[in-house]
Design a protein around this ligand. Structure first.
Ligand SMILES: NC(=O)c1ccc[n+]([C@@H]2O[C@H](COP(=O)([O-])OP(=O)(O)OC[C@H]3O[C@@H](n4cnc5c(N)ncnc54)[C@H](O)[C@@H]3O)[C@@H](O)[C@H]2O)c1
Length: 314
């Protein structure tokens, strides 16, 4: 079976691609390398450097005729979406719409979409949030993810294009970019291995639900064959605040001289986020396997290896 992965050179996408190759799928990657890296892409996957907004993508669909599309390509920074909501919408809404139109025309059977459980619900009223929680995103990024879910339903209802929208919690693990604003685990790990002190935004009591990338990959694999159509939370149901995360990583790194340093709070940052994954358990047979402590160790050691000899530079 042929699977096209947009954003397949990025953090989550490339981890998904590695597993698809292992499972014997025929994999095509489309990525404009704006944040992804060519070296992340398994050499057994066919790679196209292309932008999802570009009309030339239609040639790739015509040539490759994928049966499944895993759509990961996106502008991923919540803060950048606030600074420039138009750019965010161009990539995350119009780019996605371009992909969905091509899926319809090429007769793609299913789309698996990387949505965001951390943003589509907005400030949660219930913890953890199930998929029935009110949808009130408080960032353009969250609004765009929700808009794409509505388009997915539209294409399913009118054209029978099946979809699974995986609403990820905060994903962390090897290959996450430590240079951006997103991904506190990657940022803290990279600072620790560089011998710098991590800086906690505000009081550090903001919570997130941290899910390890191999668990997210597993959800994608299960979504390929499932009959379910709709939205599924992919998280752990556990909240961890940034101060707790800092002390866990401090211990893992063994850097006893590192101190709890606080910077200014991030304006408009969501306070708490935590996802109920019961539905994914029911329809995908999916559960998070990797405990936070274990995932943080794996991630920290990956960063340590990669930073040796200054290999990981932007
Ligand atoms: N990391 C998380 O915690 C998280 C949480 C929820 C949802 N997501 C979603 O998961 C997906 C993957 O995120 P990630 O964390 O791996 O980030 P990432 O930046 O590593 O991956 C995104 C990839 O998309 C590519 N890309 C960006 N714009 C593109 C364009 N216009 N055309 C083609 N390619 C383009 C980038 O080069 C990159 O390889 C995104 O859709 C993101 O919104 C991530």
């Amino acid at each position: 079976m042929k699977i096209l992965v947009t954003g397949g050179a990025g953090f989550i996408g490339s981890n998904v691609v590695d597993r698809l190759i292992l499972e014997g799928y025929n994999v095509v990657v489309v990525d404009n390398l704006s944040s992804g890296k060519r070296e992340n892409v398994d050499s057994k996957a066919k790679f196209y450097e292309a932008d999802i907004r570009d009309s030339r993508i239609s040639e790739i669909f015509e040539t490759e005729k994928p049966e499944i599309v895993i759509h990961n390509a996106a502008q991923i920074s919540v803060r950048d979406s606030v600074k420039d909501p138009i750019y965010d919408a161009e990539v995350n809404i119009i780019g996605s719409l371009n992909i969905l139109e091509l899926c319809k025309r090429a007769g793609v059977k299913k789309v698996i979409f990387a949505s965001s459980g951390g943003t589509v619900y907005g400030e949660q009223k219930i913890f953890p949030a199930s998929e029935d929680h009110p949808l009130s995103p408080i960032s353009p990024y969250g609004v765009a993810k929700l808009a794409v879910e509505k388009y997915l339903y539209y294409y399913y209802f009118n054209y029978g294009l099946k979809y699974v929208s995986l609403r990820y919690a905060n994903v962390y693990g090897p290959r996450q970019d430590p240079h951006g604003e997103a991904g506190v685990v990657a940022i803290f790990c990279s600072r620790l291995v560089e011998g710098k002190n991590p800086v906690i935004n505000g009081d550090g009591k903001q919570t997130r639900d941290y899910v390890y990338v191999s668990d997210v990959v597993e959800a994608n694999i299960n979504a390929i064959e499932c009959d379910f159509v709709g939205e599924l939370n992919i998280g752990t149901g556990k909240e961890t605040d940034v101060v707790e995360l800092f002390y866990m990583l401090k211990e893992i790194s063994g850097k006893n001289d590192v101190e709890e340093v606080h910077g200014p709070p991030m304006e408009g940052e969501q306070r708490r986020s935590c996802l109920d994954y019961e539905k994914a358990k029911l329809v995908l047979g999916w559960e998070p396997i990797v405990k936070l402590e274990e995932g943080l160790k794996l991630t920290y050691h990956w960063f340590k290896e990669i930073f040796k000899g200054g290999k990981y530079n932007k």
